[in-house]
Design a protein. Structure first.
Lengths: 248, 248
DNA sequence: CCAGATACCGCACAAAAATGCAGGAATATT
DNA sequence: AATATTCCTGCATTTTTGTGCGGTATCTGG
């Protein structure tokens, strides 16, 4: 294994779990402790990780870059792990923005060959890290608050595609109110994505379950798969299972 | 087997597996290690692969965007300062990607109210930091190496706009060869921007002056303003002044 | 067709890089 | 404070790289 390859694995591990132990890397990569240490030093010198006693931390986690994003991070990482299992080679995938989607992007396996369509600037950056993923950026006016593109041009571009999957970062979901949100521009983009996809996946941490916002994206019945950090058999999710959703 | 044939095999292997070992190529192609090494060096010099100890990696796999080491940073900051003076409230502005453009984006005054059109992911991020700047993202396929959007969709979106200014991060400029570059997709996007703008501005550090690449973006006469880190009266820039360019 | 120029290839040897090991120093843990 | 873990430094070994050289193939302009 090449040195650069090894360092890429380390980076991937760090970004996935936000931390990594030297000992863990030793057995994961089958090299000596010194080699790992040298790699960590190089990566730290290059500013790609934060080295600490016993291992290393992800830069974005430690640094003030997006402290706000760490809200419910472990839950979102669990959701991300479940979500990536749905994606297969060759698929066309829509994704919205949001921190849960970002975690999913970071968790994608290196070998995956798929095409991702997104209007989210941060998500696009993450997809770019993956060598075999083709990224199609949906263009139009950039919303400053959500950092995704919105507007008629974006919707027109979405309509030109028929994707296999659509991953929606979810603000509020309720069996009666459906999937709802609070930004009109964002809602319209999500609507377009739902309509242009064969299967719709809602990624929602459990505190969003059974809540509603003002603006409707789609009915609960339009959602094919619901992914939360909970056990699929959890009582809270029963109504969604009964409504015919796949619950993961 | 011809040299080019062999190098094509190497490129194919690299793009397929993201990496390739020198030893593997030796037995795959039945030539000496030295020949492989020379091939890898040539391909790396041409920018088609990234050479590392023990083999080579594909360009897209190598995540080498260190925010830390921007080449010729002081020069680029000077250029940025000159460039932002051209932008006035209410203007529509096209920008390409590249580190010089990025410095310009960082240098923009907070009060500026303008509309920026770009296909560059990093540049878009910077524009987003400015409260009164409207950002229109040009969508399409994201090029992994340059992190800008390229393709017919991007060009179609550019054509829909008539901008006041177009800032081109410049790879090579020469009074006879004009403005040139080495990536076909990027060239086409730049061409479209030049055609859709009233005034075209080339941002170039002085070492790019009087150099040329393979692919032509536009003639020297199509460029209205040339900005370098040098004094506008510098001898090196005389031919450009004589050709009628504004030199800043 | 031929002679000279040019490019290409493999070998040998020296330089550089990568890796692992041993020890003592530094740091965490109890 | 005592103990265990982790870290750093120097060193030896292996692998990889760069370079000069000679032989061979290919191109080019009479």
């Amino acid at each position: 294994m090449l040195k650069e390859e090894r360092q890429n694995v380390i980076l991937h591990e760090v970004n996935l779990h936000n931390k990594v132990l030297t000992t863990h890397l030793v057995e994961r990569l089958n090299v000596s402790e010194d080699t790992i240490r040298r790699d960590l030093n190089e990566l730290a010198d290059a500013g790609r990780i934060i080295k600490v006693h016993g291992g290393a931390l992800s830069r974005s986690f430690h640094n003030s870059f997006n402290i706000t994003d760490v809200y419910s991070l472990p839950e979102k990482k669990r959701i991300a792990q479940k979500a990536i299992r749905l994606i297969q080679d060759g698929m066309f995938v829509f994704t919205t923005g949001g921190t849960t989607i970002l975690e999913m992007a970071r968790a994608l396996p290196q070998h995956l060959r798929a095409t991702f369509f997104t209007g989210s600037l941060p998500a696009a950056f993450e997809y770019l890290q993956h060598p075999h993923i083709e990224v199609i950026l949906i263009g139009d006016r950039l919303s400053k608050s959500s950092r995704i593109t919105v507007g008629g041009g974006a919707i027109a571009q979405i309509r030109q595609v028929k994707a296999d999957l659509c991953f929606l970062g979810t603000n509020a979901i309720d069996i009666h109110a459906g999937l709802t949100d609070n930004d009109l521009d964002v809602v319209q983009v999500k609507k377009a994505m739902v309509e242009s996809s064969s299967r719709v996946v809602s990624l929602a941490i459990s505190e969003k379950i059974n809540t509603a916002q003002r603006l409707k994206v789609c009915n609960a019945t339009d959602i094919d798969i619901l992914i939360t950090e909970l056990d699929p058999l959890d009582e809270l999710l029963a109504p969604y299972r009964d409504a015919g959703m796949e619950v993961h």
